[in-house]
Write a protein that binds this ligand. Sequence first.
Ligand code: HEC
Ligand code: HEC
Length: 347
Amino acid sequence: MKNHVVSLSAVAIAAAVFAGGAACVPAAMAADASPAPMPLGLQAGALRTPADNPITTDKVELGKLLFFDTRLSKDGTINCATCHAPEFGFAEPRKVSTGIGGAQGGRNAPTAINSGFSFFQFWDGRAPNLEEQAKGPIANPIEMGHTLEDATKAIASVPGYKPLFKAAFGDETVTTDRIAQAIASFERTLLSGNSAWDRFAVGHDESALSDSAKRGLRLFEGKAKCSLCHAGFSLSDGIFHNLGVGMAAAEPDLGRFKVTGQPADKGAFKTPTLRDISKTAPYMHDGSQATLEEVVDFYNKGGEANPTLDVKVVKLDLSAQDKADLVAFMKSLDGDWKFARPTASPK
Ligand code: HEC
Ligand code: HEC
């Protein structure tokens, strides 16, 4: 019951923050605001909000500022949005991430959109929630390059943050956990729904999808088997599968295996959401596929053969028209959100 209430108030905040940017959130919209609707197609009750971090407007506002604050990185050049840019669907246009001092990681940044619905964070699921996730990049030597202590000190030394922490947490104390809680709360408001697909499938608007996208939807749920893994409103089953991406490399990224040590998990990665997929190229955990057409060709040939290939990945025998229809369907998954970056960081 309690969770349900939390989600609904989160929804009200989300609608306000996402629609108009920080300045438009009315201060009165705290605990007992009447809930605004979740974007069409999303399920409010499915948002995963820990009991000790209920969403409030003040926390979301603070988290938004932190998400865009380069002082969380050691040399003051990188913020979360460097790799999760609103203009690219909260993902990045590079194959793999480039962090502090130009250092390159081995993985492509997944979208932060709708990440509040996930049971696991990261491609390999090594973080259980957004709070734990947020600490990862700050302390990652090739992402933001800080220690959590120093990043926390850097934020604590900014006078302009003090009243914001007080409003969000009751007193001015800046802790690593509070930074992570605020960022996680903000991320839970990055909701994408009301896509053409939602308006068609949930809103029963026949005209929302083109004929090609409608055929694509039938293929997606049928012959092309996509919905075996890209399931439900978030278009992800939330678990891990091996498609063979990158497995031909001399030292492949073993993905989920590194977390569980289970041989069957070798090369398995979390099924990503496909919402806003048209904005987040390149694709796959290593950014190795440049376009949605390339992705469809990859599935059509049955992925990349390797000893732990998922049994659901098989040759598909799609025609050129089928492939175009699948791409048209995926392009119908863009949400109708708008986002305004904060105009300045606290001083
Ligand atoms: C240098 C680039 C970079 C920066 C900076 C960065 N990230 Fe990421 N982010 C990534 C990459 C790459 C991954 C995937 C890593 C992996 O799976 O091992 C990721 C994963 C994530 C995920 C998991 C999404 C999912 O579906 O599993 C979230 C959420 C996220 N980042 C939020 C943040 C936040 C919050 C910050 C700032 C505190 C941040 N990121 C800073 C590159 C970056
Ligand atoms: C066996 C489960 C499974 C099936 C079936 C499946 N996918 Fe995926 N999909 C995944 C996983 C897991 C990834 C990430 C794999 C990786 O990076 O190694 C992925 C990645 C993607 C991506 C890239 C997403 C991104 O953010 O980089 C797209 C696009 C995609 N799939 C579309 C499809 C389409 C279209 C179909 C049907 C033709 C399909 N998928 C079938 C599990 C599946």
